[in-house]
Design a protein around this ligand. Structure first.
Ligand SMILES: CC(C)(COP(=O)(O)OP(=O)(O)OC[C@H]1O[C@@H](n2cnc3c(N)ncnc32)[C@H](O)[C@@H]1OP(=O)(O)O)[C@@H](O)C(=O)NCCC(=O)NCCS
Length: 249
């Protein structure tokens, strides 16, 4: 079916973007998801050799979302394109399942004059690959499963499975981790599942404050009840003189 897996794709957006609140919001406000809808239609037309129609639908998607996907590109399930503006996905690109692309990513070719149009010119991206904002992956090579491409990296050759590549030209880096520490989950916004709702946090702090104030008031009331009422001190000579002056007609 043309638009199967749509629900999975919406859920992938909800799972990977902490700002997404509901499925309706994803459908209405996420250009990455909308670009995928246009691509599914354009790819369907392209496969049936309605090339101009495919290109036109792809162009409409680009105008509306700022994401350019060639209708011949092969895209797997649950691709999440975050922000999206400026993403370019070339004709012979293949993308596996569960990948994430940020804005400004180019999956392109190099030296277009040296290859024929039918030849593979663009990269093949494995499964669960994350490509950071502004990264350029250029050429007909493979990016292995679970690889991470850093923001603004320029990748010009094959990327091993699970590798992290940064810089221009991209080089492989190893995350400095304590011995035995597992590779941490990718966390583009510094938000993890442990962080509570930002509205719940101040509310919880207020509730704690109210509870501690209540305890303090109860303690003061108890100590007031236990202390015998202090006798009034005898009036000073000055106070007696003033009172007498006030009483005089
Ligand atoms: C590449 C990336 C995934 C690496 O994350 P990581 O595995 O946690 O790696 P670390 O942060 O430990 O970095 C390892 C090394 O690479 C360097 N590095 C990380 N990202 C880099 C980047 N984009 N460009 C250049 N160097 C980078 C670090 O400085 C560190 O170098 P050092 O060992 O010399 O100090 C991450 O830094 C990145 O670029 N993510 C993209 C996020 C993004 O595009 N967000 C968009 C939100 S809108």
């Amino acid at each position: 079916m043309l638009f199967k897996n749509l629900r999975d794709e919406i859920d992938a957006t909800l799972a990977r973007d902490p700002a997404a609140r509901s499925r309706v919001e994803v459908v209405l406000c996420y250009p990455g998801f909308q670009a995928l809808l246009f691509h599914r239609a354009a790819h369907w037309l392209w496969q049936r050799h309605w090339h101009l129609c495919g290109r036109f639908v792809s162009h409409l998607g680009r105008v509306l979302t700022g994401i350019e996907i060639h209708p011949a590109a092969q895209i797997g399930k649950r691709l999440f394109i975050d922000h999206g503006m400026g993403v370019v996905i070339g004709e012979t690109t293949e993308i596996g399942d569960d990948c994430t692309l940020y804005d400004g990513v180019t999956l392109g070719g190099t030296r277009p004059q040296k290859v024929q149009q039918s030849q593979k010119r663009h990269p093949t991206i494995g499964n669960d690959v994350i490509i950071g904002a502004g990264a350029k992956v250029l050429g007909p090579f493979k990016v292995g499963d679970h690889a991470r491409i850093g923001a603004a990296a320029v990748v010009l050759k094959e990327v091993p499975e699970g590798a992290t590549m940064v810089g221009n030209p991209a080089r492989q880096v190893v995350r400095r981790a304590a011995p035995g520490e597992a590779r941490p989950a990718f966390d583009p916004y510094g938000v993890t599942g442990d962080i509570p709702d930002p509205i719940a946090r101040p509310l919880n702090a207020l509730l704690d404050e109210v509870a501690s104030l209540r305890a303090r008031v109860a303690e003061l009331e108890r100590s007031r009840e236990q202390t015998p009422a202090a006798e009034e001190p005898p009036p000073t000579a000055e106070a007696v003189r003033r009172r007498a002056a006030r009483a005089r007609p």
